[in-house]
Write a protein that binds this ligand. Structure first.
Ligand SMILES: [Zn+2]
Length: 444
């Protein structure tokens, strides 16, 4: 172990806070030295975490992510740990604090644009339930404070409301759902994790239409999973009579989700640019392998759930990202209009203005996909597909509405209602086409 520099020694002497990082490779050289020093302190004094009296910051749990720059008394200077996202700054973070002495900790981010305009989210039950930390938060100041009552209980803080494998399993274990769902394994990731594939629908012989829904191509975009929960809950009661098979893949980048990576702009390319050439990731390779066999000409459309950038204009309302051009784009627009019509939950959705970003406008241009083909581009090439779109669901604000896990689920139900109406319309139109075919006068 190298000697601590004077600056590092000063940090250690003035800090009242222990920081236990996930692993040495996750921290900077400066932090590694601090961590090594702390480990020395721990080993010499044989202290366990539960014996530590000082406030403790840690991220060694699923989804954990923080990089500490320095700690001065009760103020922590920090930033998100970008890991293999080096092409752009990104903003996912998630850590825990606990203290056996009452204390107010202040967190100052050393990077800009790492907090939503609703501020951080906070959980008092290790990530099962979340709420926003403060009202009237000013994200431009890059600062927030947390009061720890000194009861030693863990408080978790994050960019928004992390959704991990444990959240999914809790959702899937609900009795009302359990019998209606079939969950199997799409693939095993490089990290040895299961990528879940959830199927709703009748027996294979009765399936008339198939739909595919994915989330977390970008691992940080956790709010999408609350929307997916609402979709599953609503569709579970409807699929049988419609002859509809819906498949959900909640965590395309499962390793990134559980490791707490940014995921977006991963080097050399992220999961949503991995549908071209040889796929780099097990899950994208498995999707490309499985879909063509599974679809059987019955796959009508696919929606890939995302979250946009962290805040401000164009990132604080719900919108679809169109994929098609020309007359095919009308099918995308039609679905977006159906969503507006079927909206019954708390969160607004307007087709206009801003609810549909056509291909070729704003950031949705060919140059954005230069790293590789996206999921929606790739799947739109599947035979007989009607359309495929991404949905951007914000982290914290939908215009002036505060997003919660609850109203995100309700929005998922709105989406499910639009899906049902679309399928009914499609089935009616197809039947009409068939009957008009048989009614055509002969030409012989
Ligand atoms: Zn995304």
């Amino acid at each position: 172990m190298r000697e601590l520099t004077k600056a590092e020694e000063e940090v250690m002497q003035t800090s009242n806070i222990y920081y236990k990082a996930l692993k040495i490779s996750d921290v900077s050289v400066c932090q590694a030295a601090i961590l090594a020093f702390l480990m020395l302190v721990f080993s010499v004094s044989c202290q366990k975490r539960e014996d530590v009296q000082q406030p403790l910051i840690f991220s060694d749990f699923p989804g954990g992510n923080i990089k500490i720059d320095s700690i001065r008394t009760d103020t922590v200077y920090w930033q998100p740990d970008l890991r293999d996202n080096t092409s752009q700054d990104w903003f996912y973070w998630y850590f825990a604090v606990e203290s056996k002495v009452p204390v107010r900790l202040t967190f100052i981010s050393t990077k800009r644009n790492v907090m939503t305009n609703a501020g951080p989210a906070i959980s008092y039950d290790q990530g099962k339930h979340w709420q926003w930390l403060a009202k009237d938060f000013d994200a431009s100041k890059n600062i927030f404070s947390v009061d720890l009552p000194g009861d030693g209980k863990q408080i978790r803080l994050s960019l928004a409301m992390p959704y991990l494998e444990s959240n999914l399993h809790q959702f899937l274990s609900k009795k009302a759902l359990h019998k209606k769902l079939r969950t199997d394994t799409l693939c095993i990731t490089d990290g040895g994790r299961v990528v879940e594939r959830i199927t709703l629908g009748p027996d294979t012989s009765e399936v008339l239409h198939k739909l595919l829904f994915t989330a977390r191509h970008h691992s940080c975009e956790m709010m999408a999973n609350y929307v997916m929960e609402g979709m599953i809950e609503h569709l579970a009661d409807e699929v049988e009579m419609l002859g509809l098979e819906c498949v959900f893949i909640p965590f395309v980048d499962k390793d990134g989700v559980e490791d707490g990576d940014q995921g977006k702009y991963r080097i050399p390319r992220d999961h949503n640019r991995d549908y071209e050439g040889t796929s780099l990731y097990a899950s994208t390779a498995a999707i490309r392998d499985w879909v063509p066999n599974w679809s059987e000409g019955k796959l009508r459309f696919a929606i890939d759930l995302h979250c946009p950038w962290v805040k401000n204009e164009n990132n604080e309302h719900i919108y679809f990202v169109g994929k098609a051009t020309g007359r095919h784009a009308e099918k995308e627009r039609e679905f977006a209009r159906l969503l507006e019509k079927n909206r019954a939950g708390e969160l607004d959705y307007f087709y206009e203005p801003g609810g549909y970003l056509p291909f070729g406008e704003g950031w949705n241009v060919a140059g954005n996909y230069a790293q590789g083909k996206s999921f929606t581009s790739w799947i739109s090439e599947t035979e007989d597909m009607e359309f495929s779109m991404a949905l951007e669901f914000p982290y914290a604000l939908n215009r002036d509405q505060i997003i919660t896990a609850g109203n995100a689920r309700s929005f998922g139900k709105d989406l499910a209602r639009a899906i049902i109406e679309w399928i009914q319309n499609f089935a009616n139109a197809t039947q009409t086409d068939l009957s008009s075919d048989t009614g055509l006068p002969g030409h012989s």
